[in-house]
Design a protein around this ligand. Sequence first.
Ligand code: SF4
Ligand code: SF4
Ligand code: SF4
Length: 570
Amino acid sequence: MEERATILEAAKQLGIGIPMLCAWPEIGHNPGACRVCVSEVEGQRSLVASCVFTVGDGMVIRTNTERVRKARKMVVELLLADHPTECTSCVRSGNCELQAVAEQVGVREVRFAAEFPPKDKVIEVSSGAIVRDSRKCIHCHRCITVCEQIQTVSVLTPSWRGSDIKVGPPFNLPLNETNCVNCGQCINVCPVGALYECDDTVAVWKVLEDPAKHVVVQEAPAIRVALGEEFGMPVGSLVTGKMIAALRRLGFDKVFDTNWTADLTIMEEGSELLKRVKEGGKLPMLTSCSPGWIKFCEHFYPDLLDNISTCKSPQQMFGAMAKTYYAETAGIDPKDLVVVSVMPCTAKKFECRRPEMGDSGYQDVDYVLTTRELARMIREAGIDFVNLPDEDYDAPMGEYTGAATIFGATGGVMEAALRTAYVLVTGENLGDLNVLPVRGLDGVKEATVPVKGIGDVKVAVAHGLGNARKLLDKVQAGEGGYHFIEIMACPGGCVGGGGQPQPITDAKRTLRAQALYMDDQDVQQYRQSHENPSIQKAYETFLEKPLGHKSHKLLHTHYTRRGVELPHKK
Ligand code: SF4
Ligand code: SF4
Ligand code: SF4
C-alpha cells in the first residue's frame, strides 16, 4: 500500500509552515506527543497532530484558524510554565527549538505558573562528558529514540506519568553507572538545553592565561568542515586556515593537528593489520579511533575486544607524542605542557580521562573541547572569524596528508589504511586512491581489494552503533569473511559527532564529508599517510619503526571488559 503523507509533509510541499517540536522525521521519530503542530480537519471534533495524521482525497484541512493558533499558543505556554526561564544563560540560547517555536506561535506572556523546580529534577554530570539538565526537558523522547533505535544502547527511558514524567536512565541512575557510551547523539537531537556537553572552556581559558604553561592544541579533521557553520558560513565550508588563525588569537602557543597523528595511526594500524594477516592473528581487525565505539564494544561485545586494533585513537597518540617527542624536540618540561583537543565528539572527553591514557608519564590529553565549545570561546574573545586571514600550522606536528583528513567521514579510516597497506605489501600504489565503495551514508558498506601477494582483502565499514551491531552479529556468527572493519559510533562518522554544530541532518553530514574529500583531492600535497615527511622524520629521529618498542609503549593500548550493566533492547 502506498504510504500517505502526513498533514505536516503535505503542508511542507505546499509551502505552508506548521510549527513542531517533538518530531524528528529523519530518525523516524513522530510521536505526536507535544501537540504544537495541531491542525483542524473538517469532520473531526478534536484538533489533530499534523505530524501523524495522514491526508486523503477530498479532505479539508485548516492549518491557520483562530482555534488552531490559540491551541498551539496554549501548548507552548504550558511547556514554558514548567520550564526554567534561563534563556539568557542557557547553552542553547539562540539555537533552541523551544525559543524558536515560542516566537513562531506568538507567545508574549505565559499565563500559567508551575511549582518549580520539582525536587527530583536534577542537573547530572557524572559521565564527565554529558550534562543532563532534566529541569529543561520537554519530554519529546527524541533522545530515547536515537539512543535505542539508532545507537541500540538504550539507556534512556520515560518514567512516571503526567506532570511527573521524567526522561533519563532507569531508576534515575547517573549516566556513568549505565551502558552510556558518551556518543552525544542524544545531544544532537535534543531541541532544548536539557542535554549538552560538560564544559571545559573555563579550564582551558585558565591554562591559556597561565604564563608557566605551554599550551598546544590539536583539532580533529571534522572540525575544519563544521566550525564555519557556527559563524553563519555555508554548510561544508572548509575553514582550516581561519581555524588556525582563531586558535592563535585565543592564545595557544602551538597550533598542531590531529591529522598528523591520523597519519601516524595509519602507519601503526596498517602495519598491525599486515602482521595479523601474515602471522595468523585475530581477524577481522576492528578499528580503534572512535571512543564511543570502543566503550560500546567493551559493554556489548567483550568477546571481540581482541579483534580491536591496539592502536590508540589519533587524539591519544597526539597527547602521548606531544608530551614526549614534541617536549623533547622543543626543550619543554612535559609537566608544564598542556594538551588541548578540539573534537567533534563528546566521547573524547571520557577517553582522555581513561586511566590507561598516561603513557607519557602524565595525562596525555588534558582537556577536550567540542566544536561548539571552541565556537563559544571564539565568540567570547570577540574574534571576527569569518574575516580572519588564513594561517598555517606549526611544525613538527601540523603537517598532514589527504588520507588523514578523510578520517572525519565514515569509511575514511578504511580508505586511508588501504592506500598505505597496499604500498606496504606490494611496493606499488593502489590503482585508484579513491576507494568509492566505502564512501557515503549507507549504514554498512563492503569492498574487496585484490592485493598482490595476499589475495583478496575483504573490508567492511559501519557508522552508527545500530549498524555496527548488525555487522558484529555477522562476525560473531562466523559470517562475512572480513579481514578489516571500520566502525564509527556516530552516524556519518565524526562529521556527525555529538559535539558538532546543531542541528545535524544527513544533508549536513554529506556536505561536511564532501568538503573533507575535496581537502584530500584538491588541497593536500600528499594523499597517503606514509608520504608525510614529518611522520617519516618522527620515525627516523624518535619512534624508530612502526610497531617498535617506543611505538608499543606510547601509541598502543588495551581495553576493559565492562559487560552490560542494565537491561537493554537490541
Ligand atoms: S532550553 Fe531554550 S527555552 Fe529553555 S532556557 Fe534554554 S534557551 Fe531558554
Ligand atoms: S550519549 Fe549516546 S549512549 Fe549515552 S545516552 Fe546519549 S545517545 Fe545514549
Ligand atoms: S532530554 Fe531533550 S531530547 Fe530527551 S526528552 Fe528531554 S527534551 Fe527531548
